[in-house]
Design a protein around this ligand. Sequence first.
Ligand code: CDP
Ligand code: CDP
Length: 204
Amino acid sequence: DETRITIAIDGPAAAGKGTISKAVAQQLGFAHLDTGLLYRAVGAKTLSGAEAVDAATSLQSEDLEADNLRTPEVAQAASKVAVIAEVRAALVDFQRAFARRLGGAVLDGRDIGTVICPNADVKLFVTASAEVRAERRYLELSGNGLDVSRDEVLADVKARDERDMNRAEAPLKPADDAVLIDTSNLTIEEAVDMALATIKSRRQ
Ligand code: CDP
Ligand code: CDP
């Protein structure tokens, strides 16, 4: 199969990008890349003393399998390294190569439709209210045994949203040709169905 379809899924923290991306990739038989993991891996390295640009330029695929990447501390560190232009630049080629792979690819992040893959075949911008997103992330983290409070998680989500939207380099915003999906009042199944229907209608 010679398909080279690229689907870009962007949006703020805990909007449901990853959940939708995984389901869409599975349904369509495409590969999926969670680009947030690249920034989380670089952020985690800075927490253990590495310099951010060095960490980004020397990033290895094993680094993406470290087991602490989902913590709120690493998420904050990720959003701090993500403002650095040289860090972002070091991660571009890997993401673009992934997007071009045979068989189709789904990439989710903050700047996929705007910077990494401006020519993506379909662009989705997945959002939900900050309160709904924080509650979902709280349930996820506490369900995984992390000792977090609702207030902490909401503060983390809001701080990252602010930093991600207001940075000079590749700020979080919908591409002009992105389709918006607000998942605030949707179940996972409804959100995935809406994404699949949008992809089907956009991909002629
Ligand atoms: O990738 P992103 O940070 O945007 O969000 P996620 O990790 O896919 O989703 C955050 C949490 O919200 C997960 O625990 C999902 O199961 C849950 N969720 C959702 O993604 N969509 C809904 N409509 C309802 C809940
Ligand atoms: O899962 P969640 O949406 O909470 O976060 P993530 O997607 O793992 O991203 C962690 C952080 O990495 C974000 O807050 C952004 O600062 C940064 N990031 C980015 O700048 N560009 C991307 N394409 C993906 C993530």
